[in-house]
Write a protein that binds this ligand. Sequence first.
Ligand SMILES: [Zn+2]
Ligand SMILES: [Zn+2]
Length: 176
Amino acid sequence: MSDATEGDALVGASLPRPTKWEMWLQVAEVVAKRSTCLRNQVGAVITDWSLLQVLGLGYNGNARGLPNTCDHPEAPGMCGCLHAELNALLKAPGIGGGGRKILFSTHGPCLTCTKAILNSQIQLVIYRAAYRETIGVRTLLEQGIRVVHSRAFNTFDEITWGGTPSGYGLLSKPLL
Ligand SMILES: [Zn+2]
Ligand SMILES: [Zn+2]
């Protein structure tokens, strides 16, 4: 029967297996879909250092009780939505205590979220899409927080700040 043949074909098929890093980034991408922001949908996940425990989740949007949309959808960076990273930090119980934490985000952090990250126990930030401003990533690096850019499935590059042919900028090298 063709039905049985097609079912059998799925058994043992070699689907690409995501690393745990990839898994949490994809969770952040699913969380981002909850966002009602008209400018961008961003999701963030905070885990412990072992990548086993989720400590907080967040997506960007207006504050609880306020209209479920942007205040100023036309204003880049100032639409009035709380950012995903900040919401994840607010919802992570005991974020200030315990060991090191990891933040996974669909996008690189803005400067305000970077400052919130610096005031937390997060020591590693992993993001998928670059944010239009690099000041957040640069500030994290200057403060000793490791930053990893994942441009594609199961691909992770560690970011450094240094000299490029055109001056100074963000550099990256494969981590895994
Ligand atoms: Zn918004
Ligand atoms: Zn932000």
